[in-house]
Ligand binder design. Structure first.
Ligand code: FAD
Length: 350
């Protein structure tokens, strides 16, 4: 069918385990497509501890989350996987021919012989404000990431958040105030529950100075409602720590409160689960539906430990387990990367 990507293997999740799944499938001469909600590969390693050290990856005494992901990306490079990033896998359905129809939030569609769910603790999605009616403005006046300062040029901007991203945008949009930047905002107000911030100390210090000088406005509080005129968002109502409700007029609303993982769709695919994890056998890490495998933090089995090393092992056995489905006519032999000419060819090290 037109517009559908047909493939042997689809990996859901580009965390460390999804990436190593690509490697193990590559050694079996299987090309993969990979989908992730995040705009870049790496999963928790990039999102939660990019610059912190990891000490328990075999033969790597120490590396940061970011370095591990870079090494994994280098290791899988020979296999030319296709990445479909910034989109969430929403549906997964078995077809009459035994393949799986998979669809993403960006309407990318796949028909795959096998599916490897490496969804970790869920799809990373922006933490939003839970206020009635606000979602309608998503992508127009409400943004969860800022593509370019130009979208705030000469606008009255309200920012929610207390981390680096929120404070840095507040500084950027108002630093423009003082140096005549073409994209300066008309007014910048930052809202956070209380007068304490999780951004880097230097950033917090610069932020506080600009607040004192009146270049940025700080409003402690939590969002409770919106104001609209002719289907345009004109203001947000907040309740301050004293319980007073006040209204902040705005033209652009930036909600920069970081990302949080949501299990979301994975739970709706009809697979056996136990406490939000997919149940698998430990022979091939197959789920309750043959052809769908689950590896890494998303799975559970007796003795499961949520460690990257364990996920690597799971991905290895899942790749072997998938071969009878992908190429039933071929016999799968164990070969060593050290000595196998076939593997050398696949790895491009001939
Ligand atoms: P994740 O890394 O969670 O990746 C899953 C990916 O799937 C995410 O990118 C997510 O966006 C995506 N996804 C999920 N659902 C969907 C969907 N429906 N559509 C599209 N994409 C989706 N482990 C160690 O072994 N050693 C350590 O030292 C260590 N330190 C850690 C420190 C911290 C602070 C934390 C939080 C964890 C640490 N861990 C460590 C645990 C380790 O990070 C996890 O075991 C590992 O990330 C699991 O990898 P994964 O690929 O299974 O899942």
């Amino acid at each position: 069918p037109a517009g559908i990507i047909e493939t042997d293997a689809l990996v859901i999740g580009a965390g460390p385990v999804g990436l190593f799944q690509v490697f193990q499938l590559g050694l079996q001469d299987v090309k993969t497509h990979v989908v992730d909600a995040l705009p870049a590969p790496g999963g928790q390693c990039i999102e939660l501890y990019a610059d912190k050290p990891i000490y328990d990856i075999p033969a790597i005494p120490v590396c940061t989350g970011r370095e591990l992901v870079a090494k994994l990306m280098a290791q899988i490079a020979p296999f030319g996987a296709s990445f479909h990033l910034g989109q969430i896998v929403t549906t997964l359905q078995k077809q009459d021919d035994g393949r799986f129809l998979v669809e993403t939030s960006k309407s990318t569609r796949f028909l795959s012989k096998t599916v490897f769910i490496a969804a970790g603790v869920g799809a990373f999605q922006p933490r939003t404000l839970h206020v009635d009616g606000l979602a309608t403005f998503e992508g127009t006046q409400l943004l969860h990431n800022v593509p370019d300062a130009a979208v705030c040029a000469n606008r009255n901007v309200v920012i929610f958040g207390d981390g680096d991203e929120a404070l840095e945008w507040a500084l950027k949009l108002c630093a423009a105030h003082t140096d005549g930047h073409p994209h300066k905002a008309k007014r910048v107000t930052l809202v956070h529950r209380r007068d304490a911030f999780s951004a880097a100390p230097q950033t917090v210090e610069r932020f506080r100075t600009l607040v004192q000088q009146g270049h940025i406005h700080f409003a402690p509080g939590q969002a409770v409602g919106i104001e609209t005129v002719n289907e345009r968002l004109t203001g947000i109502q907040i309740v301050d720590p004293e319980g007073q409700t006040r209204s902040l007029p705005l033209e652009m609303l930036l909600v920069l409160q970081g990302l949080s993982p949501k299990l979301g769709p994975v739970a709706q695919w009809g697979l056996d689960m136990e406490r939000k994890q997919l149940q698998v056998d430990t022979e091939a890490f197959s789920t309750s539906v043959p052809g769908i495998f689950a590896v890494g933090d998303i799975n559970t089995y007796p003795g499961k430990k949520k460690l990257i090393l364990c996920g690597f092992h799971e991905a290895t056995l899942a790749a072997f387990g998938a071969m009878p489905i992908i190429t039933p006519e071929k016999k799968v032999l164990l070969q060593y990367t050290t000595t196998s000419p076939k593997l050398h060819k696949l790895l491009g090290v001939d």
